[in-house]
Design a protein around this ligand. Structure first.
Ligand code: NAD
Ligand code: UDP
Length: 347
């Protein structure tokens, strides 16, 4: 289980190369696409701590080599700077794949919308082909954005969504929907052993300060004393999951035998308005920043909250970190005061 493996990893010295105690047969060669990004770097860190060999493929579009510096010296870690839309080395042999490559912040994925769609479709197809060739198990990172501006609340996996297929968010929303389609078509054809995780808004240390998503924007603005930007009324809601909870969930998904045609929501059901989030950030930072209202972007979802009944029963998983508990280390990281080492990985 997640807990016992994390405890077994305790004996591993930081950055150490010794086996952390997993049986040799449980040590895997793992490919993480998007591993230099926010979620990907936390995932690489956990996998390395458990003793696995990790290959990260990333084009550094929104990721950063600084995210990799913590474990870059490990002889079990390999970084390949490459776009997943391009051909990957034919010599690549892996047991497991996490496909996380794709810009996730609206201003970032909209900066080159055609590339975003290609990453989702051409890139995911390339990764599915590698999974098929290697016989590797795949976890594909999808998103709550497949539900669009949802008409059902909270969102269950059976809801088909409400997505504008031609608007500025479509490159991501429809790209991610198409990537799910591709994954399930490979799966139904018996070509891959794949699982799809629909990730809801996740935050934590190692987001880029200029990422553009709400949590990093508000914290950086509050710390700098700049105006905190609320788009529209600020009454729209999101549900915020702390990064270590999310990563524990996707690793658990790799390990179980799910009903394969079933995507799985992962997120924290605690739902907040954007205004409430801003108020918590102001309180925790002691900031005197004013609030500035900016126009609401087109097709911005009004409400979002995951129904995690399936994840609870399938994985025995649920998030543990509350919003305040998760914002504290995130604020500390943005203010440069603390290390971002995930001490909870080792118990
Ligand atoms: P991120 O932008 O920090 O990381 C994405 C990484 O993928 C970056 O390192 C980037 O350089 C890399 N990348 C982008 N396009 C690529 C390409 N074509 N080839 C190779 N590398 C490429 O974002 P994140 O928050 O870490 O998101 C990771 C994954 O999780 C994404 O697939 C995203 O859609 C999904 N997701 C994240 C959230 C969230 O709240 N963080 C929510 C839903 C889904
Ligand atoms: N948002 C905001 N100010 C910002 C950035 C975002 O009010 O500086 C709003 C945005 O309009 C959306 C919510 O916060 O309603 C979450 O935005 P984010 O880009 O983090 O994620 P997504 O919309 O993809 O869930």
């Amino acid at each position: 289980s997640t807990g016992s493996q994390a405890r077994q990893a305790e004996s591993e010295p930081r950055g150490g190369e010794q086996s952390p105690g997993l049986p040799r047969s449980d040590l895997k060669r793992v490919l993480v696409t998007g591993g230099a990004g926010f979620l990907g770097s936390h995932l690489c860190e956990l996998l390395l701590r458990r003793g696995h060999r990790v290959t990260c493929v990333d084009n550094l579009q929104t990721g950063s080599t600084a995210n990799l510096s913590r474990f870059g010296a490990s002889n079990r870690f390999t970084f390949i700077e490459r776009d997943i839309c391009e051909t990957l080395p034919a010599s690549l042999e892996v047991d497991e794949i996490y496909n996380l490559a794709c810009a996730a912040s609206p201003p970032r994925y909209q900066a080159d919308p055609v590339h975003t769609m290609m990453t989702c479709v051409v890139g995911t197809n390339n990764i599915l082909e590698i999974a098929e060739r290697c016989g590797a198990r795949l976890v594909h990172a999808s998103t709550s954005e497949v539900y669009g501006d949802p008409l059902q609340h909270p969102q269950t996996e059976t809801y088909w969504g409400n997505v504008n297929p031609t608007g500025p968010r479509a490159c991501y929303d429809e790209g991610k929907r198409a990537a799910e389609t591709l994954t399930f078509d490979y799966l139904r054809a018996g070509r891959v052993d794949a699982r799809v995780v629909r990730i809801f808004n996740t935050y934590g240390p190692r987001m880029q300060p200029d990422d553009g998503r709400i949590v990093s924007n508000l914290i950086c603005q509050a710390l700098a004393g700049d105006a905190m930007t609320l788009y529209g009324t600020g009454e729209q809601t999101r549900s915020f999951c702390y990064v270590t909870d999310l990563i524990a969930g996707i690793v658990a998904l790799m390990e179980v035998e799910p009903n394969p045609e079933q995507p799985v929501n992962l997120g924290n059901p605690g739902e907040f308005t954007i205004r409430e989030l801003a108020e918590v950030v102001v309180r925790l930072t002691g900031s005197r920043s004013p609030i500035a209202h900016l126009p609401l972007p087109q097709d911005d979802p009004q409400r979002r909250r995951p129904d995690i009944t399936l994840a609870r029963s399938l994985l025995g998983w649920e998030p543990k970190v509350t919003l305040v508990e998760g914002l504290e280390p995130t604020i500390a990281w943005f203010s440069g005061a603390q290390s971002d080492e995930n001490r909870e990985w080792s118990g």
